[in-house]
Write a protein that binds this ligand. Structure first.
Ligand SMILES: [Zn+2]
Length: 66
């Protein structure tokens, strides 16, 4: 089964912050794709918010730092 990676850019839901975060979203081509949400904690203001993604179990969060 083919797998596609897609970088999803979101911004913090805190009106006064709006710091960007990146989610590595996985899509199974021709397979079952779950839909759900993951919880992100903003690295800038520590705000916690939910983002809708495909296959939340396989998604990973990149905060732009390694
Ligand atoms: Zn924030």
């Amino acid at each position: 089964m083919d797998v596609q990676n897609r970088m999803n850019s979101v911004i913090c839901s805190n009106e006064r912050c709006k710091a960007p975060a990146h989610i590595n979203e996985i899509k199974f081509v021709g397979g079952d794709n779950d839909k759900g949400g993951i919880i992100i904690k903003c690295s800038n203001c520590t705000n916690i918010f939910a983002v809708t993604v495909k296959n939340p179990d396989d998604a990973s969060i990149s905060k732009g730092e390694k």
